[in-house]
Write a protein that binds this ligand. Sequence first.
Ligand code: DUC
Ligand code: ZN
Ligand code: ZN
Length: 493
Amino acid sequence: MAEYDLLVINGLVVSAEDIREADIGIKGDMIAAVTTRGGLDNASTAKTINAEGAYITPGGLDAHVHLQEPPLFGKGSSADTFETGSRSAICGGTTTVIVFAPQQKSEDTLLATLDATHAKADGKCYSDYSFHLLVANPSENALAEFPALRKAGISSLKIYMTYAALQLNDGQILDVLLAARQHGITTMIHAENNDLILWMTAQLEKRKMFQPKYHATSHPAMAEIEATYRAICLSEFIDAPILLVHISSPAAAKHIKQAQDRGLPIHAETCPQYLFLTKHDLDKPGFEGAKCVCSPPPRESEADHEGIWQGLEDGTFTVLSSDHCPFLYDDNQTGKKSCIDDDYPEGHFKYIPNGCPGVETRLPLAMSAGRLEMTKFVEVTSTNAAKLYGLYPRKGAFVSGESDADLVIWYPEGKLEPFGLKNEMLHHNVDYTPYEGKTLNQWPRYTILRGRVVWDRDNGGLVGKAGDGQFLHRGSSVLKGSLSDEPWDVRGF
Ligand code: DUC
Ligand code: ZN
Ligand code: ZN
């Protein structure tokens, strides 16, 4: 029997720390050896991929993905199932997705939500996967389930400061932060000021301004700035680590950086829509702008993009996730057009389902932009998410004997002709991409999931299968957590 199942030789192996000319030996699901170039020349193997001149990065870890969700943000429901969304992920180099398991406000339990989400995903996924619990009702019973969630391999949850169906008040946020701190859970926070959004929406309605572009007007940067700062204050008060999701505004990022510089456990996420889209994309002819409606919305201009890139470069942003939140465009029941009815024959921005697809395009867009150092690219698209969400070094790394053999092999520089992105090239179940026509010069040549080639762009494309993906039981974050080991105590104030 061969020593290795697969060798990947002659590549440039990139980790979050360095780039090395190295050869990789894979046995079963795992990385079994990483040697200097030529170090595996005499090894026996079932198969070899010669990656001459190509970067090899750890499989992408997309920690912000919505699949098979019921209506939460307006009337729309997810266009992607666990099957189609995870299929799209691997075709774009993402081997692990962490998907939301949404509790409804009417529900008093999180464990039932977790079970129901397992039932949707079981046996269906092309990529590995886990869940963040989305807590809409932090009742006593729900909070008491946190230890059981940890036992079930869940170490993160998301809460919202906006949306009627999901919003928690500040007292409820404190309850969640305290319980999360006690049980080593990371709290992800959607930070926008709900009242400011409602007030701006009323101003626009008075003036009969209903077009998709007014979604951006109704969600101004100030709503994000205020709520981000408030979330940081609440986190500091409890001494509980948080991750601020989908940050779009450089001014909000400044609050985050200041908090980080003070040593607080504040982590942050941004997304490609805040690097490649602006609010002008919501002002396309007719209803087309609805394709780019998401919250927070893309901001003003390239100066905002620049601020976000800088936040990635200087470490303000821990992760670059997709916030893949897929809705069909041309569908008036579950999609973007569900906001068109007799009252609003041309639609109303406040009823447009919030979200854009992007799980497949996240890595190619960031790679093609060529803006990040390769080590930084790996850090923010894979390694840091693995560290924060309790999957390191199984994911996000090439540690022999410890890491799963999840790899992306890119095209050697100059080997892929630049091309215009078309939705028909993608593998999601959505009838558009917000990045239609964008010129890309990179795409994964191969995606390898636990040692098996699942995407072979030049030879069959998608070669993985539904069911290849496994549920990942997650442990604790290894990034900065609570500053004190002592329990939070009211007598400390
Ligand atoms: N928040 C998300 O994280 N995704 C889609 C909509 C939203 O508000
Ligand atoms: Zn959100
Ligand atoms: Zn989201």
